[in-house]
Design a protein around this ligand. Structure first.
Ligand SMILES: Nc1ncnc2c1ncn2[C@@H]1O[C@H](COP(=O)(O)OP(=O)(O)O)[C@@H](O)[C@H]1O
Ligand SMILES: [Mg+2]
Length: 369
C-alpha cells in the first residue's frame, strides 16, 4: 500500500492565490484519503464543509447529516441507554461507530473534524463472545448437574422409604382386619410417592441425555398442591403449619412441571429442615406466589429458621455446600440450574421478623409464544 500524500495531479493547475473552493476541494481530497468515514464541519455554524465518500455512504444517509448538531441528535437522540460512551449505533443501518472529534484550523476556517470508525464487527465479536461464555457457563452447570444425577438417587431414598412405611402400615392394617378405607388411603399415598419418584428418575435421565425438557403452560397452584401432598406427613410429624398465600388469578407459567416440583420440594424441605431446632410454636412455613413487577410469577418459601449469615449466603448455591450432617449440598445447586434453564431467577433474602426466604421466578407462557 502506498500512502497518498497531497494531490500531485492538481498541482500544475493551481492558481497563485488559493480560493475558498480550492481549500474545500483540497480538504475533500485529504478526507478521501482517510480510511474511515470522515467529515469536517464549520466550528461556528456547524454546517458540513467537506466529507469523504465513506461518510456519505454511512453517516451521510442519516437525517440531519449536513449539520453537526442535527447529526449528533440523530446518533444520540433515540439511543438512550444504547450508546457506549463515544460509541454510537446508527439508527437504520444498526452499525456501531466510534466517534472522534478534532479541532482543525484550515487556513482561515475553524473546523471540527469528525472521524467515525465502523466498529460493528468488533462489537458483534464481543457480544457473541459474551453469549458464548454464557452458554459455556450454562453447559458446565448442566454437566455438573449431570454428574450429580447419580447422587440425586439419594434424594429418592426419602419417597421410597415413605413407600415402604406406607406398605408396612397397610400390611399391619390388613393383618388386624382394619377398615378397607384406611388401607386404600395408605395405598393411594404410597402410589403418589412412587409415581413422583419414578417421574423424577425419568426426568433426570432425560435431563442427563441433554434432551429438551418439556415445557408448557402449567398452573402453579397444582404444582404447589403436589409438593404439599408429598410433604404432608413430614409436616405433620414436625407439627408444622404450612400457610399458603397464592395470589388469586395467577397466570400460568411456562415450565417443565416435574422440574419445578423438584425445585419447590427442595426449597420447602430445606425450610422444614431449617426449623428442626425451633420450638414448635415458633415454626411457621409460608408459601407465597404472586406476579412481580416484571410480570413474572414469583414463588417464595418463607421459614422461621435461624436464617443465614453473609458468609453462608455466599456459598449457598455451590455444589456440595452443606451444613447438615446428613446433607448432600446439591439441592440448591440443582434448583438454580433448573430455574436458570427456565429463564428465571433463584434468590435468597432474609425474612422480616427472622428466618429466610428462598424464591424463584418463572416467565409466563405468553412471553414464549
Ligand atoms: N431455608 C434455609 N434456612 C437456612 N439455611 C438454609 C436454608 N436452605 C438451605 N440452607 C443452607 O444451604 C445449605 C445447602 O442446601 P442444599 O443445597 O439444599 O443442601 P442440603 O439441604 O443437602 O444441605 C444447607 O446445608 C443449609 O446450610
Ligand atoms: Mg436441601
Amino acid at each position: 500500500m502506498t500512502p497518498r500524500t497531497g494531490s500531485p495531479r492538481a498541482a500544475g493547475a493551481r492558481p497563485a492565490q488559493p480560493t475558498v473552493q480550492d481549500g474545500a476541494a483540497a480538504l475533500n481530497e485529504v478526507l478521501e484519503a482517510v480510511p474511515f468515514a470522515c467529515a469536517a464541519f464549520d466550528r461556528a455554524t456547524g454546517a458540513l464543509v467537506a466529507s469523504n465518500s465513506r461518510f456519505e455512504g454511512d453517516l451521510g444517509t442519516l437525517p440531519g447529516f449536513a449539520q453537526r448538531d442535527a447529526l449528533l441528535a440523530t446518533l444520540y437522540g433515540d439511543l438512550t441507554g444504547d450508546a457506549r460512551g463515544e460509541e454510537v449505533r446508527a439508527p437504520g443501518s444498526g452499525r456501531w461507530y466510534a466517534l472522534h472529534w478534532r479541532d482543525l484550523d484550515c487556513g482561515t476556517r475553524a473546523l471540527s473534524l469528525l472521524t467515525a470508525v465502523d466498529i460493528s464487527e468488533r462489537i458483534e465479536t464481543l457480544d457473541s463472545h459474551k453469549s458464548q461464555q454464557e452458554k459455556l457457563l450454562f453447559t458446565s452447570r448442566m454437566m455438573s448437574v449431570g454428574e450429580m444425577a447419580a447422587t440425586l438417587a439419594h434424594e429418592l431414598n426419602q419417597p421410597l422409604a415413605a413407600i415402604v412405611n406406607y406398605l408396612n402400615g397397610s400390611l399391619r392394617l390388613v393383618d388386624q382386619a382394619g377398615g378397607p378405607v384406611q388401607v386404600e388411603r395408605a395405598l393411594q399415598a404410597a402410589r403418589t410417592q412412587a409415581e413422583h419418584a419414578s417421574a423424577v428418575i425419568a426426568r433426570v435421565r432425560e435431563f442427563v441425555r441433554a434432551r429438551e425438557p418439556r415445557r408448557d403452560a402449567q398452573e402453579l397452584p397444582l404444582i404447589v398442591d403436589t409438593v404439599l401432598e408429598l410433604l404432608r406427613l413430614e409436616a405433620e410429624r414436625q407439627q408444622l403449619r404450612i400457610e399458603l398465600a397464592l395470589a388469586p388469578g395467577l397466570p400460568a407459567v411456562y415450565a417443565d412441571r416435574v422440574m419445578v416440583e423438584q425445585v419447590l420440594l427442595n426449597l420447602v424441605k430445606n425450610a422444614i429442615e431449617a426449623m428442626r431446632e425451633v420450638p414448635a410454636a415458633q415454626r411457621g412455613l409460608r408459601i407465597e406466589a404472586r406476579v412481580n413487577l416484571d410480570g413474572e410469577v414469583e414463588v417464595r418459601v418463607c421459614d422461621r429458621g435461624p436464617g443465614l449469615s453473609q458468609a453462608e449466603s455466599e456459598q449457598l448455591f455451590s455444589p456440595f455446600y452443606t451444613t447438615k450432617s446428613d446433607g448432600l449440598g446439591i439441592g440448591l445447586a440443582i434448583c438454580r440450574s433448573i430455574i436458570e434453564y427456565h429463564e428465571g431467577r433463584l434468590f435468597f433474602e432474609a425474612r422480616e421478623g427472622g428466618g429466610s426466604v428462598f424464591g424463584f421466578t418463572l416467565p409466563p407462557p405468553d412471553r414464549r409464544l
